[in-house]
Design a protein around this ligand. Structure first.
Ligand SMILES: Cc1cc2nc3c(=O)[nH]c(=O)nc-3n(C[C@H](O)[C@H](O)[C@H](O)COP(=O)(O)O)c2cc1C
Length: 351
């Protein structure tokens, strides 16, 4: 079938709608598809475009201060009437005020990322009327987050772009989906086509979250050179950060390899040599290593410095084929999922 044909015309689409019903009802959207928050990329234009296309856009607050976040939310509200969410990083020093900003602007869903949110933040968000979404890196934590009040969970496999855990989505899905039924669970990491969306829905996911696949949306403000890097990139180019010495841990980030990733290894080697020569203390050496990437995502996404900046990307980058409107990407994904469901039914009927 033509992948661009209207999703409504596919006999498989009502089945996809049923599989997505719980997730879509939770998000208040046509599709149970979240646009994973991407720092610098997920601002008003992409977020509104995704929500207008029936998905659920999520603003990446990142390091924004409360005033700046309030502006971004208002800017998004001016571009869409549809629901969208805000992703807050739990270690932000002004997390409480950021929650207040979301509540004042009547944002319906707050996604806490980057660690287990403090209980107070979950409580405050819920009492203020927002639904709370948390990232669960393992089954025990998933259960704990549900007990703490999370209304939905995202499980993100190591195939994803950006900061990653050690376990693939294939395994995390088996570990968590059969055992968490009280809240909807969205799955993320490495999803680039509708067939994969269908398979996770069949495993019990309420919906999916995609990041990499949306970077080259026409509405995304990412620099043309950043988009070019995604259009050229293959799954094998999107690698986790290399750590040179276990005494100096680095946070694993999956990104396209470039001059910056090579220089980072050299940088670690130089700092390590100075540490071994007694020229720099351990804490200071660790900080020097951590500071290497400061501002690097912004340099790549906004300034287009694709050589030295950070090209955070998931393994699904190989499935990003062209720049196209968010609505077209969504139509393509849904058509693939519906066609896959049709094919499966035909196969079952023939056997
Ligand atoms: C460029 C980039 C920046 C990201 N920034 C964030 C972020 O600020 N906060 C966050 O929770 N996740 C961030 N992510 C992860 C996405 O929200 C999403 O979970 C991930 O991209 C899903 O995997 P996929 O890229 O394979 O689709 C980022 C991902 C990318 C590619």
């Amino acid at each position: 079938m033509n992948e661009m044909s209207s999703d409504m015309s596919s006999p498989g689409m009502p089945g996809i709608d049923r599989l997505m019903a719980r997730g879509a009802a939770f998000l208040g959207t046509r599709y149970a598809v979240m646009g994973g928050a991407m720092s610098w990329v997920s601002e008003r234009n992409l977020v509104a475009a995704l929500s207008n296309a029936g998905a659920f856009g999520v603003i990446a607050c990142g390091a924004m201060e409360p005033d700046r976040l309030a502006q971004e939310i208002a800017g998004t509200q001016a571009l869409t009437q549809k629901p969208f969410g805000v992703n807050l990083i739990t270690m932000h020093p002004r997390l409480d005020q950021l929650v207040d900003v979301c509540l004042e602007a009547k944002v319906g869903h707050i996604v806490f990322a980057g660690g287990i949110p403090p209980g107070g933040a979950i409580k405050k968000a819920k009492e203020g009327g927002a639904k709370v979404v948390c990232f669960a890196p393992a089954l025990a934590l998933a259960k704990k987050l549900v007990r703490s009040g999370a209304d939905a969970l995202v499980i993100e496999g190591s195939e994803a772009g950006g900061h990653i855990g050690p376990v693939s989505l294939t395994v995390l899905a088996q570990e968590i989906l059969p055992h968490v039924r009280d809240v909807p669970v969205f799955v993320a990491g490495g999803i680039g086509r509708g067939e994969a969306i269908l398979s996770y829905l069949e495993m019990g996911a309420a919906g999916v979250q995609l990041g990499t696949r949306f970077v080259c949306a026409t509405e995304s403000i990412a620099h043309p050179k950043f988009k070019q890097a995604f259009l050229r990139g293959n799954a094998r180019d999107a690698m986790p950060t290399v750590q040179l010495d276990e005494r100096f841990p680095v946070i694993p980030v999956r990104a396209l390899q470039n001059e910056g990733t090579k220089r980072f290894v050299e940088h670690q080697a130089k700092v390590l040599a100075r540490f071994l020569a007694g020229e720099v203390a351990k804490d200071a050496a660790q900080l020097e290593i951590e500071h290497f990437w400061a501002g690097a995502l912004r340099r790549a996404v906004i300034d287009g410095d694709v050589e030295q900046g950070s090209l955070m990307a998931g393994q699904s980058v190989g499935m990003v084929g062209k720049e196209q409107p968010a609505a077209e990407i969504m139509a393509e994904l849904m058509a693939q999922a519906a066609a896959a469901l049709d094919a499966r039914r035909a196969q079952m009927n023939n056997s």
